[in-house]
Design a protein around this ligand. Structure first.
Ligand code: PXP
Length: 241
């Protein structure tokens, strides 16, 4: 049966704006509340090693303020995993991280980092936290995610977002979704999705969660955050009635 499609809004870039002045506004926790009222099914926040946007204190506040579900995005580092064990969000999405990158570039190499990622997944399981691995729609990576016991995969939609007119990019996401589901994994997707390109991804049968951040926060500058969330939700519901 096709699972319901959830929208998780990534509020990192509200914190990016705050960090431009290192003050108190705009407050990502207030943004999370607005997104939830506007129909988001969950809130995603990425705690990066360099703390360029979301701070540890934000994660602690989000963990008590979020009433839907909190998805903590982080690298599989001990300090991040320890925080996840402390706050026990509904979900942890493990991502690769390079300090010099502007945003997350490419998915995790699960095949080459089996030991480290298997340990992280085991720690999350013990803490009662669902684990999702951010990977490219590559069959070997999907199989490896399954082999180490992840609950979910998040398929990297960046290649599709850069080349939406190349049917191969969407086909890779559809095939990856089918493979993931056949292996018993929940399938999420995200990165670079916007109100203009999200429709075909939302229409892929079997995807159950989309994580969208930059485009919603950018659009919010012009139409407000609640409206920006509603616009994406609307396109998603047209694609997956
Ligand atoms: N999913 C993951 C794993 C990410 O790392 C990010 C970016 O932090 C997103 C989704 C959201 O991407 P975007 O900001 O391009 O919507």
């Amino acid at each position: 049966m096709t699972p319901r499609l959830r929208l998780f809004v990534n509020i990192d870039h509200v914190a990016t704006l705050r960090q431009a002045r290192r003050g108190h506004e705009p407050d990502p926790i207030e943004a999370a509340r607005l997104c939830e009222h506007a129909g988001a099914d969950g809130i995603t926040a990425h705690l990066r090693e360099d703390r360029r946007h979301i701070q540890d204190a934000d994660i602690l506040r989000l963990s008590s303020a979020v009433t839907t579900a909190l998805n903590l995005e982080c690298a599989a580092l001990d300090e991040m995993l320890a925080l996840a064990e402390q706050i026990r969000p509904q979900e942890v999405t493990l991502v690769p991280e390079r300090r010099m990158e502007v945003t997350t570039e490419g998915g995790l190499d699960v095949v080459r980092n089996v030991t480290e990622l298997a340990d992280a997944v085991t720690r999350m399981k013990r803490a009662g936290v669902r684990s999702s691995l951010f990977i490219d729609p590559d069959p070997a990576q999907i199989q490896a995610a399954r082999d180490i016991g992840a609950d979910a995969i998040e398929l990297h939609t960046g290649t599709y977002a850069h080349h939406p007119d190349d049917p191969a990019t969407l086909a890779a996401l559809a095939d990856g979704t089918q493979l993931g589901r056949s292996l018993g994994l929940a399938v999420h997707a995200g990165h670079g999705l916007t109100v203009y390109n999200v429709g075909p991804v939302a229409a892929i049968d079997g995807i159950e969660e989309l994580n969208i951040g930059h485009s919603i926060v950018s659009r919010a500058v012009f139409v407000g955050l609640a409206e920006a969330v509603r616009e994406v939700r609307h396109v998603m519901s047209l694609a997956r009635p």
